[in-house]
Design a binder for this molecule. Structure first.
Ligand code: SF4
Length: 424
C-alpha cells in the first residue's frame, strides 16, 4: 500500500492494543442488506435462513414497505442430512418463482445465515448451479451474513468480496471507490475528484449490474469504509493497489483522503487548494458549531461498527473530545493505520469481553458512550449518555458537506442531556 507522506506519526499505531476474546455483544451481518439493496437497484437479496432472520430483516427495514422489496427470506426448516437434497430443490424452486415474477432482477445474492440447518447447505454450489440455469439474464452470487462471530458491517464486506472475482479485467489506470454510500454523497465525492482532474472514477458496488467496474494492475482503490478488509484483499489479489489514507470523515479526514488520491494523479498543491478551499471552509464552520457541545467532553467506544478508530480520530482532532477507550471488533492496520497515526487515546482495544469492558466504562463515566443497541438502554438507565453505533452507518456522514451532520450526531445526545439537567 502507498502511505501518504502528509500524515504525521505520533498517534496510537504502535501503541499496545488491549486484545479481548470474551463474550461479545454484536449485531447481525444481515443488516447490511438494508443499505445494499437501496444502492444496487437491480439486485435481490435472498436470505437463506430461519424465521428469526426474516423478523430481523423486517424490523431493521421498517414495516412501511410500499414498493415490492428487493430482499426476502427463504425459510429453511430443520432438516437432517438426508433432507439436504430437498433443501437444494426447494431453493431452486423458490429462486425460479422469484425470477419469473421479478424480471427486473439482474443480480441475485443468496445470503447465508447462522441457523444450523442453513450452515449445512453449500450456498456457493447453489449459486453456481443457479447461475448456469439463469444466465445470462441473472447472475447469482452468495455470501454469508451470519451473526456468528461477525459485526453487522461485515455483511457489506462479504457481499462486495463476492463480486470481486467476476469483475471484468482492465489495464487502464482508474480510480475505484469501494463502499456503498448514499447516491447524493457518492456524487459529491465524484464531483470533487473530477474537479481535481482525477479519473475515470468507478464505484463498487455500482448501481446496476451492467455498470460494474473492471479491475486490474493499474486500478487504484480508495476505500470509503474501514470495514472492507476482505474486499480490499480480494482486489489486491486481482492486482489493484489500495491507497492508504485516513477515512473521509470530517474536514481533515476528507482532505487527507482526497490528497492521497490526488498524489497518485499528480495534482498540484495549488489546484488541490483551489478546488477544496470552499468546501473545506464550509465543513470547518459546520463542525465548529456542533463541536461547541463536544469540546472537552470524553467519549468511550464499544466495538461495533468498525468505524470506531476513524471516528475517534475525527472527534478528538476536530471536535476537541478526549477518547478514553476506542474499542473496535477488528483492527486492520493496513486499513486504519493512517487514522491511528493521528489518534491520541489512552486505550485501543480489539475484540470484546463485554463485562470487563462495561466495568471500565462505568469506572470512567464518559460523557458519551458509543455502543450497540443491546448495551445502550442499560447504560442509559445507569445515567450514561449513549449513541447507537448503527446510526453511523445509516446516516450520510462522509465528506465535507456531511461533516457538520457527523459532529451533530454526537453532540445531540450530549446537548439533550444538558437540557434535561437544566429542566430538572
Ligand atoms: S443470521 Fe443468525 S443472528 Fe442473524 S438474524 Fe439469522 S439467526 Fe439471528
Amino acid at each position: 500500500m502507498n502511505k501518504p507522506a502528509n500524515i504525521a506519526n505520533g498517534g496510537c499505531r504502535e501503541a499496545p492494543i488491549l486484545k479481548e476474546r470474551g463474550q461479545r455483544e454484536v449485531f447481525c451481518g444481515l443488516t447490511g442488506i438494508i443499505w445494499l439493496h437501496r444502492k444496487m437497484q437491480d439486485a435481490f437479496f435472498l436470505v437463506v435462513g430461519s424465521r428469526t432472520c426474516a423478523h430481523l430483516l423486517q424490523s431493521a427495514a421498517g414495516v412501511m414497505i410500499f414498493a415490492e422489496p428487493r430482499f426476502g427470506t427463504a425459510i429453511m426448516e430443520e432438516k437432517d442430512l438426508a433432507g439436504l437434497a430437498d433443501a437444494h430443490e426447494e431453493l431452486d424452486r423458490e429462486v425460479a418463482k422469484l425470477l419469473a415474477r421479478r424480471p427486473d432482477i439482474k443480480q441475485l445474492f443468496l445470503v447465508g445465515s447462522c441457523p444450523s440447518e442453513v450452515i449445512k447447505i453449500d450456498l456457493s454450489r447453489a449459486a453456481e448451479r443457479l447461475t448456469q440455469v439463469h444466465a445470462p439474464h441473472v447472475r447469482v452470487l452468495n455470501y454469508s451474513g451470519s451473526g456468528i462471530e461477525t459485526t453487522f458491517t461485515q455483511g457489506e464486506d462479504a457481499c462486495l468480496e463476492s463480486m470481486v472475482p467476476i469483475l471484468p479485467t482492465t489495464e487502464a489506470k482508474e480510480l475505484l471507490l469501494v463502499g456503498a454510500l448514499p447516491d447524493v454523497v457518492e456524487d459529491q465525492a465524484i464531483g470533487l475528484l473530477e474537479a481535481l482532474g482525477i479519473g475515470p472514477v468507478r464505484v463498487l458496488p455500482a448501481g446496476r449490474a451492467d455498470a460494474m467496474p473492471a479491475v486490474g494492475p493499474e486500478t487504484k482503490v480508495a476505500l470509503l469504509q474501514p470495514f472492507l478488509g476482505e474486499t480490499a484483499s480480494a482486489l489486491t489479489r486481482r492486482g489493484a493497489e489500495i491507497i492508504e489514507a485516513p477515512f473521509p470523515f470530517g474536514e481533515e479526514g476528507t482532505t487527507l483522503w482526497l490528497r492521497a488520491i490526488a498524489d497518485e494523479w499528480g495534482v498540484t498543491p495549488e489546484h488541490f487548494d483551489a478546488v477544496t478551499a470552499a468546501p473545506r471552509a464550509r465543513a470547518r464552520k459546520a463542525v465548529a458549531q456542533a463541536a461547541e457541545h463536544l469540546n472537552g467532553k470524553s467519549i468511550f467506544f464499544f466495538p461495533d461498527s468498525q468505524l470506531e478508530i476513524p471516528l475517534a480520530r475525527f472527534l478528538t482532532r476536530e471536535c476537541g473530545m478526549e477518547a478514553i477507550e476506542v474499542g473496535a471488533p477488528y483492527i486492520h492496520k493496513g486499513l486504519v493505520g493512517a487514522d491511528m497515526d493521528m489518534l491520541q487515546t489512552d486505550c485501543v482495544s480489539e475484540g470484546q469481553d463485554v463485562d470487563k469492558q462495561l466495568d471500565r466504562c462505568r469506572a470512567a463515566r464518559p460523557d458519551l458512550t458509543v455502543c450497540g443497541l443491546g448495551l445502550a438502554n442499560p447504560l442509559e438507565a445507569e445515567g450514561l449518555t449513549t449513541k447507537w453505533a448503527i446510526e453511523l452507518v445509516f446516516t450520510p456522514v462522509h465528506f465535507y458537506e456531511q461533516a457538520g451532520d457527523l459532529a451533530g450526531l454526537f453532540s445531540r445526545p450530549i446537548r439533550r442531556k444538558e437540557l434535561l439537567k437544566v429542566a430538572s
